[in-house]
Ligand binder design. Structure first.
Ligand SMILES: [Zn+2]
Length: 288
C-alpha cells in the first residue's frame, strides 16, 4: 500500500570480481596453494537471541515487552537511539528493494519524509536489535503468484542476513492484513520464516498462539492507554506487551516525546523483560 505513495528507484550493483590469473596458471601447478575455503554465510551468522533469554527460568511467569516497527525509514535512527537509551529491544522490518531511496508520503494528515535508510546505515542503526523481513518491494502478497511471493520474502531475507550478519527468523506482512491462507502456506513451505506479524490489535497481553498470524497488542498510538495496566498487572502466566508501528508516524503526529515517556515508564518498571520478536519465538519453542 505504501508503495503507492512513492517511486522506488533501485540501484542494485552486483560486483563479481574475477581474478585474472592467466599468468599464474601457466606456472607450476604444484606450487599453487589452495586458498582456505570461506565458510558459507549461513554458518557465520549470529543467532538473534541473547544468552539471558536462552537461560530464562521457565518455572515462573515472566512479563515480556517487544516492539515491531516497519518500513526502515530514516526516522528509525532516532527511534533506535530512544530504544537504546532505555535498554529496550525492537524488531525492525525492512524492504531491501528500496534501501537509501528518497521519498515522501503524502497523507491526509500531512506530508512526511519516507526516505529509507541505506545499506550502510542499517548495520549501525539496528545494531543490538532484530532486523526482519518486510519483503523486497512491499507488495500486496495476495496478488502475487506463488513464485513471486517466495522471491519477495527470500530475497529480502538473504540481503538482510548478508548486511546484518545475523540470522533472520521472521517477518511482518507488508500492508498489514494483506495475506491469506495461500500466502501463509507458500511462505511456510518455501522459506525459513518462522513467524509473521500482522497489524490487528488484540488489546491483550497474551503470548502468541499462532506464529504465522502473530497479532500485536496494539499500535504505537494506542500503547499510552495500555501501558499502566500492563505494568500494574501481576503475572500469573507469561505476559507480553507487543507494540507495532512506523517511526515516520512520530514525525507526522509529533508524538516523539509522548512515546519516549512510555519507554521511560517501561524501563523504570520492575520485572519487565525487553526482547525482540524472535526471542519470544525462541523462548516458546526452545530454539529456532
Ligand atoms: Zn510496511
Amino acid at each position: 500500500m505504501v508503495t503507492k505513495f512513492f517511486k522506488v528507484f533501485i540501484a542494485l550493483t552486483m560486483c563479481f570480481v574475477l581474478g585474472s590469473c592467466t599468468k599464474a596458471n601457466e606456472e607450476k601447478k604444484e606450487d599453487i596453494i589452495e586458498p582456505t575455503e570461506e565458510p558459507p554465510v549461513t554458518e557465520t551468522l549470529r543467532e538473534p537471541v541473547s544468552d539471558f533469554i536462552k537461560s530464562l527460568d521457565k518455572s515462573k511467569p515472566h512479563k515480556f515487552v517487544t516492539f515491531s516497527f516497519d518500513d526502515g525509514t530514516v526516522q528509525d535512527k532516532r527511534l533506535a537511539e530512544l530504544f537504546n537509551k532505555y535498554g529496550i529491544k525492537c524488531t525492525f522490518n525492512i524492504n531491501t528493494g528500496s534501501l537509501g531511496v528518497e521519498g515522501t508520503l503524502n497523507l491526509q494528515d500531512g506530508n512526511v519524509d519516507f526516505t529509507k535508510l541505506s545499506a550502510e546505515e542499517i548495520k549501525s542503526v539496528y545494531e543490538g536489535h532484530e532486523v526482519a523481513v518486510h519483503t523486497v518491494n512491499h507488495p500486496d502478497l495476495r496478488t502475487l503468484e506463488d513464485e513471486d511471493i517466495i522471491k519477495e520474502v527470500n530475497d529480502d531475507f538473504n540481503t538482510i542476513q548478508e548486511v546484518m550478519g545475523q540470522k533472520v527468523i521472521g517477518m511482518a506482512y507488508p500492508g498489514g492484513p494483506f495475506y491469506n491462507r495461500r500466502v501463509i502456506d507458500v511462505i511456510q513451505n518455501n522459506t525459513e520464516i518462522k513467524y509473521a506479524r500482522e497489524t490487528s490489535s488484540t488489546y491483550r497481553f497474551t503470548m502468541p498462539n499462532n506464529f504465522m498470524i502473530w497479532r500485536p497488542t496494539c499500535h504505537q498510538s494506542e500503547v499510552k492507554n495500555l501501558v499502566d495496566k500492563f505494568i500494574s498487572q501481576e503475572a500469573k502466566e507469561d505476559m507480553l506487551l507487543y507494540v507495532w508501528g512506523h517511526s515516520w508516524e512520530f514525525d507526522l503526529y509529533d508524538s516523539w516525546d509522548e512515546f519516549e515517556s512510555i519507554l521511560k515508564k517501561l524501563s523504570e518498571a520492575e520485572d519487565l523483560i525487553f526482547v525482540t520478536n524472535s526471542e519470544i519465538y525462541y523462548y516458546l519453542n526452545n530454539g529456532f
